[in-house]
Design a binder for this molecule. Structure first.
Ligand code: FAD
Ligand code: NAD
Length: 464
């Protein structure tokens, strides 16, 4: 086979694309992966999941040093912030992990092509002046920040998440437009480091789509932590001066306009599919009205031999969802039974404490007329949480009232992002709350709160 001819070419080296490339190579396909970034890992590793989690951890430690250690009888004085060192650590984490993917590509003999790819014909991908061919081409080009009409991003005063991950100075004030995951994670980072943070959300509540009880508790929690939340409010215009931005706001339902000045504005109102310059129109690739590439449920587009996975096809815009799709897509191409169980994909907001959600919300079950049971357990009654001093929040499990099958789980509390995983496994196996309740959980552990919530579904919680 010529150097430019492959069995599989994957366009995009993010979590969807690079994982698909590795699975493709494992399945014996001669595989290439094209990305226009100099480093692999896509949005997630370069400007998303990883740098944000690095800064969330650093800023959490800063806050702990300032206010969290006294309860343990530890006095350290006021901590000093070295923002440049914090940012350098974050860049180092990103650098190590992106280099790790280069290593995995070499190990799996995947050809890494750097440059912007354009589909010039079915099975032909042009990068620069070279045409590469493959029997199967997978689009994994991801997403980009959604713009807000009238608000011009300059990545200095008005930034997207990318700019907010690389500020060189703690802003005195930061206004976040969008009370979703990015807004609350990055708003928390800069609040912990000393900024006055205001979050403006168009809808009546933050974290739309999440379980109502979680949203209620999270709202209280973020306010207590010092975030100012302005819900049911829309931004109608922005005026940027040398040292500040003035936003003009109105109640979402209409009413008097007010203005709000801040040093920096973060626009975090969602992300949109990225397909610029790919040549999809000339190939007649079907896309929906929002620009997501349409697939048939098995990742096939309407063009023979062309597939799509990850953020670019819509659904939950999560790295692990993109990864599962990459694996399933390649297994289906190989004639195997690749499958993604969209009902059991957890999502985590990495604030402190974390918020983790999985499956159906109580509101959705009610709307669908499902007869369900609710089991709740507060971390205040969990011995490990008490010992560590992290008692905020609860575990809530929803199960089918007739079959006891677990339908959803919503956790706000210490390590929620890890705790949710056992329930995801339970749901993957079609388990009942009784199965979780009868599983021995090590004591003392915060996971005991999950067991107790499962017991509570059956009316038999022990410690409340
Ligand atoms: P991407 O990661 O967007 O990768 C697409 C790649 O394709 C890019 O590298 C791009 O350069 C390349 N590309 C595009 N067009 C071309 C072309 N024509 N030619 C060559 N290359 C091209 N998700 C989580 O699950 N957990 C988190 O904690 C989390 N945190 C996040 C924090 C932030 C600040 C952001 C912005 C996102 C976060 N996400 C998180 C979402 C996550 O990053 C995405 O869901 C994930 O990256 C999607 O993977 P993907 O492979 O579909 O696309
Ligand atoms: P999001 O959809 O989570 O939140 C956007 C918020 O902006 C929503 O609450 C929405 O109602 C609000 N909004 C929309 N238009 C508005 C307007 N004009 N004025 C005020 N508010 C407005 O999107 P995001 O926070 O930008 O994140 C983008 C994607 O990245 C998400 O899909 C998310 O899954 C992913 N992500 C995941 C993680 C994680 O898993 N921890 C972290 C960051 C990002």
């Amino acid at each position: 086979m010529a150097d430019s001819a492959f069995d599989v070419i994957i366009i995009g080296g993010g979590p969807g694309g690079y994982v698909a490339a590795i699975r493709s190579a494992q399945l014996g396909f001669k595989t290439a992966c094209v990305d226009k970034r100099p480093t692999l890992g896509g949005a997630c590793l370069n400007v998303g999941c990883i740098p944000s989690k690095a800064l969330l951890q650093s800023s959490h430690l800063f806050e702990q040093a300032a206010t969290g250690l006294a309860q343990h009888g530890i006095g350290v004085g006021a901590p000093k912030l070295d923002l440049a060192a914090m940012m350098a650590r974050k860049d180092g984490v990103v650098g190590d992990l992106t280099k790790g993917i280069d290593f995995l590509f070499k190990k799996n003999k995947i050809a890494r092509i750097e440059g912007a790819a354009k589909l010039t014909a079915p099975g032909t991908v042009r990068v620069g002046k070279t045409d590469y061919t493959a029997k199967h081409v997978v689009i994994a080009t991801g997403s980009e920040p959604a713009p807000l009409p009238g608000i011009a991003v300059d990545e200095r005063r008005i930034v997207t998440s990318t700019g907010a991950l690389a500020l060189t100075k703690v802003p005195k004030s930061l206004t976040v437009i969008g009370g979703g995951v990015i807004g609350l994670e990055l708003g928390s980072v800069w609040r912990r480091l000393g900024a006055e943070v205001t979050v403006i959300e168009y809808l009546p509540a933050i974290l739309p789509g999440m379980d109502g009880e979680v949203v209620k508790h999270a709202t209280r929690m973020f306010k207590k932590q010092g975030l100012t939340l302005k819900t049911a409010t829309r931004v109608v215009a922005a005026k940027t001066a040398k040292t500040e931005v003035t936003l003009f706001l109105e109640p979402a339902a209409g009413g008097a306009r007010e203005s709000l000045k801040s040093d920096v504005v973060l626009v975090a109102v969602g992300r949109k599919p990225f397909t610029d310059g790919l040549g999809l129109d000339s190939l007649g690739v079907a896309m929906d009205e929002r620009g997501f590439v349409k697939t048939d449920g098995h990742f096939k587009t309407n063009v023979d031999g062309l597939y799509a996975i990850g953020d670019v096809i819509g659904g939950a815009m999560l790295a692990h969802k993109a990864e599962e799709e990459g694996i399933a897509c390649m297994e289906l191409i190989a004639g195997q039974a690749g499958h993604v169980n969209y009902a059991a994909i957890p999502a985590v907001v990495y604030t402190h404490p974390e918020i983790a959600v999985l499956g159906r919300t109580e509101e959705a079950l009610k709307a669908d007329g499902v007869d369900y049971a609710v089991g709740k357990f507060p971390f205040l009654a969990n011995s490990r949480a008490k010992a560590t001093g992290e008692t905020e929040g609860f575990v809530k499990i929803l199960s089918d009232a007739k079959t006891d099958r677990v339908l959803g789980c919503h956790i706000l509390g210490p390590g929620a992002g890890e705790l949710i995983q056992e329930v995801a496994l339970a749901m993957e196996f079609g388990a009942a709350s009784e199965d979780i309740a009868r599983t021995s959980h090590a004591h003392p552990g915060t996971a005991e709160a999950v067991k107790e919530a499962a017991l509570a579904c059956l009316g038999r919680a022990i410690h409340v």
